[in-house]
Design a protein around this ligand. Structure first.
Ligand code: L34
Length: 284
């Protein structure tokens, strides 16, 4: 039976550390602030944004919510980002994705000033990740790295398989594993022999968005299995990309959904916001 990697517990530990640092900054009269922008009323986005605001409050980071209607124009959103770019209270700007179809997500990401881009989605930050010189790590991949490290297993020289090639997860995830000297294979919808490739993995990261895609026969005995999937089933139940019940009989370590990667994504967002506040106050 696999050990369950408890993302809630590990994120709570990270948040305790952040809380202490935020409090030390307050003693020097420095506050950290995160602007959270949500457009429209996607129910999943609402859940995640509320969780982010709650986490800010827990650690003492100020959060400012901007909830805009579904029919907000691209220009109106760009104008808001512009205001936040030059607002001194705001150390981090998070525009929750996905955006309504009439808004070009890349245009919005490009408009966020890179030193407030706490998602690390801006091309400048993406480029920095490629060369291993970063102030902000992308939240979900950074959270996954913490979860892997919590097992005590070294990534160095391991066969790592990432399933999914999104800009938000798959691509930066692969880069972080590579920086830790993993041997990384990126699989996607056109990959041949997915089962064989998965089965070769010492560390398997699933970020596809297909419920229960990864079955027990695709997993090597003792592997570390990280499930980034967040699929809502017809009955409202949340379910990952991994068939947890059966894969946990084969894997060495496994993350649950919920309670695995999700809480870590939020903890890393807090960490990036704190980093931004620290950097701003060194420069000043
Ligand atoms: N800009 N957009 C921007 N940044 C992000 O980092 C995100 N993401 C993804 C969607 N859009 C984004 C998130 O915040 C996904 N995501 C996210 C964050 C937190 C959780 C899930 C997705 C989370 O806390 N999940 C809980 C369960 C929540 C539930 O019950 O629905 C968990 O335990 O996994």
């Amino acid at each position: 039976m696999a050990d369950i990697i408890d993302g809630k517990k590990i994120s709570a530990r990270v948040k305790e550390k952040i809380k202490a640092e935020v409090s030390a900054l307050k003693d020097k009269n420095i506050e950290a602030g995160l602007a959270v922008v949500i457009v429209g009323d996607n129910p999943a986005s609402r859940v995640y944004v509320n969780a982010k605001k709650k986490a800010c409050a827990e650690v003492g980071i100020n959060s400012y919510e901007y909830a805009l209607p579904e029919d907000t124009t691209q220009q109106e959103l760009l104008d808001l980002v512009n205001i936040l770019n030059s607002d001194d209270k705001v150390d981090g700007i998070l525009v929750q994705m996905p955006l309504p179809k009439h808004i070009n997500e890349n245009d919005i990401i490009n408009s966020i000033i890179p030193n407030k881009d706490v998602d690390a989605f801006h091309p400048v930050n993406v480029g920095k990740i490629m060369i291993g010189d970063y102030s902000f790590l992308p939240c979900t991949p950074a959270g996954v790295m913490e979860l892997i490290k919590s097992t005590g297993i070294s990534i160095k020289g391991k066969d790592c398989v990432v399933i999914g090639r999104s800009n938000i997860v798959g691509k930066p995830m692969s880069m972080l594993l590579l920086h830790e000297s993993g041997t990384v294979t990126i699989c996607h919808s056109k990959t041949k022999d997915l089962k064989e490739k998965c089965k070769s993995a010492d560390i398997l990261v699933a970020a596809v968005g297909v419920a229960n895609l990864i079955t027990a026969d695709m997993v090597k005995e003792g592997a570390v299995v990280i499930d980034v999937g967040m699929n809502r089933l017809a009955d409202g139940k949340l379910c990952g990309d991994v068939d947890f019940e059966n894969v946990s009989k084969v894997a060495g370590y496994i993350t649950p959904v919920p309670g695995g990667v999700g809480p870590m994504t939020i903890a890393m967002l807090l960490e990036n916001t704190l980093t931004s506040a620290k950097i701003k106050n060194i420069i000043k």
